[in-house]
Unconditional design. Structure first.
Length: 518
């Protein structure tokens, strides 16, 4: 009996020890998993996330030191930076002058007495060739910026830019590294990321809203000028030591071809009927580089099957943005949703077929509402590799995946590429690439004004693609200097033609001075 009792007690105790050990191990494993998840969450934290958790007094002491010293030297920085920004932005501002204005220039530009505050600094090493520093900053300043604008009817208006609020990341690139003081040959600067830019416009001594459309035109011009003059991948190169630093300047590095195929399950924005969707696509948000699809009326599952091309200047950081709108006739379009894809995710020379989920805002990733999806086919190829592979987007035989399905359904067989068309395309010699044109100057232009002067500008146009660009206007000058560069995508270099025209800008029209076909 005692033996039996001892066996029972031993079994019970053994089971209790086993259960206790298993529970202890499970709890330990659960704590380790939770700790690993916490560490992974901290690894994904951004500067904004840390700022929500930690108050400013817990920021690194060296960041406080940097801000305090910037405040001390700000009067000197203000003078140099104001002139630098003015000379960089003003030529672009003239280029984007709205058609309702004859000129748009700065009559006064100072950044004021309030220094920006740095909220984060990071260093990116580029091997042995250079060092990149990114400075996150916030600025709610008191600048004194006055625009001198002239309308087509001869009215001059001084417009003040007020209440500027800015948050963004500036990038400084010290490259190339050399073995003499100060250790680098040149420094490049750029606005790496523009998170927020708010401002208001006010006519000095008047109300800008009395002229219909003027406020929106000037605001759009300012934003375009900032985007085109200093926002990454645009960068300004400042030589420190003598040398050739042309390789640091902005230049096309490839072409992105996009097939906008379709969208499905779009949110209906209309009370009666269905939305009339169209899409806007861009790599850089400049008006002359943004592509717009056709509008599909009364359809939440539109099929576009449209082809677009974009110039790429930095495939490692740029991305394609797609915004789908509901057309509202004469009223402003209503945004249905947007999406983007990084170009670094694309394999050069290989088509990527993707469905992208539409969200309300690209900066806010916590949007769980179903706004629909958009279907894209993407192809990226670096400059100089255009003829290294057969382009599946060639117009005379390419089909999207949707078109292949539809064709296969019609024929009752699986859709395939037309082999004869492919062979014929491979035999054709097509020179494709990017044409870079720099308009330097002109001499001894004929006078067109009563005072013996002219206001010349140059219009560049491609005959087949009908792409156009124009320089800024140089007032009262028969020997103008522009020094402006433009890029054109060339589909067929053997048959394309560049047309160069010099025009005289006139308040009530324009007169051609001369033209040239190349």
């Amino acid at each position: 009996m005692a033996f039996f009792f001892g066996v029972v007690v031993g079994i019970v105790v053994g089971l209790a020890v086993t259960v206790g050990f298993v529970r202890c191990e499970n709890a330990r494993s659960r704590r380790r998993s939770e700790l690993a998840a916490t560490v992974a969450a901290f690894a994904r934290m951004t500067v904004e996330d840390s700022r929500k958790i930690l108050p400013p007094q817990f920021y690194p002491s060296w960041l406080t030191w940097l801000n305090s010293h910037l405040t001390k030297i700000w009067p000197y920085v203000n003078e140099a930076a104001s002139e630098l920004i003015r000379t960089s932005v003003e030529p672009i501002l003239e280029q984007y002058t709205p058609i309702i204005l004859s000129s748009l220039k700065f009559s006064k530009f100072t950044l004021g007495t309030v220094a920006p505050q740095f909220t984060g600094v990071s260093i990116i090493e580029d091997g042995e060739s250079g060092v990149t520093m990114e400075l996150e900053m916030q600025w709610d300043g008191n600048p004194s910026i006055i625009l001198d604008i002239k309308t087509l009817v001869g009215v001059s208006l001084p417009v003040q830019v007020k209440n500027i609020g800015f948050t963004g990341v500036f990038r400084l690139i010290f490259k190339p590294l050399v073995d003499e003081f100060p250790g680098f040959g040149a420094v490049s600067y750029s606005l790496r990321q523009k998170k927020n830019l708010d401002f208001t416009l006010k006519v000095v001594g008047g109300d800008i809203s009395t002229i219909p459309g003027l406020y929106e035109a000037i605001e759009g011009t300012i934003r375009d000028a900032v985007e085109d003059s200093i926002t990454w991948p645009v960068r300004k190169v400042v030589p420190i030591l003598p040398g050739d630093y042309s390789d640091l300047e902005l230049k096309p590095v490839g072409i992105l071809e996009v097939k906008l195929v379709q969208a499905k399950e779009l949110t209906n924005k209309d009370i009666i009927g269905k939305s009339d969707p169209y899409a806007v696509l861009y790599v850089r948000p400049l008006r002359d580089r943004m592509k717009t699809s056709k509008t599909i009326n009364n359809d939440l599952n539109p099929i576009w099957n449209e082809h677009f091309e974009f110039i790429v200047e930095d495939e490692s950081t740029q991305h394609l943005v797609v915004k789908v709108y509901d057309a509202e006739g004469l009223q402003s379009a209503d945004l249905i949703g947007c999406a983007h894809i990084r170009l670094s995710e694309l394999e050069p020379g290989k088509v990527k077929d993707v469905w992208l989920k539409l969200v309300k805002d690209l900066e806010i990733q916590r949007d769980n509402k179903n706004r629909g999806q958009v279907h894209l086919e993407l192809l990226y190829y670096p400059s100089g590799t255009e003829n290294a592979f057969t382009n599946p987007f060639a117009p005379n035989y390419s089909m999207t995946s949707l078109e292949k399905v539809l064709k296969g359904s019609e024929n009752g067989t699986e859709a395939t590429e037309n082999e004869n068309a492919i062979k014929q395309m491979r035999k054709e010699v097509i020179v494709r690439g990017v044409l870079s044109v720099t308009v330097i100057s002109a001499e001894d232009l004929p006078p067109t004004d009563l005072m013996g002067k002219a206001d010349p500008y140059v219009v560049l146009s491609m005959k087949k693609s009908e792409a156009k660009s124009k320089t800024r206007v140089v007032n009262d000058n028969l020997n103008p200097v522009w020094n402006q560069s433009f890029d054109f995508v060339v589909e067929d270099g053997l048959h394309e033609m560049l047309i160069v025209e010099v025009w005289d800008h006139d308040t009530f029209g324009k007169r051609m001075s001369s033209s040239l076909n190349l």
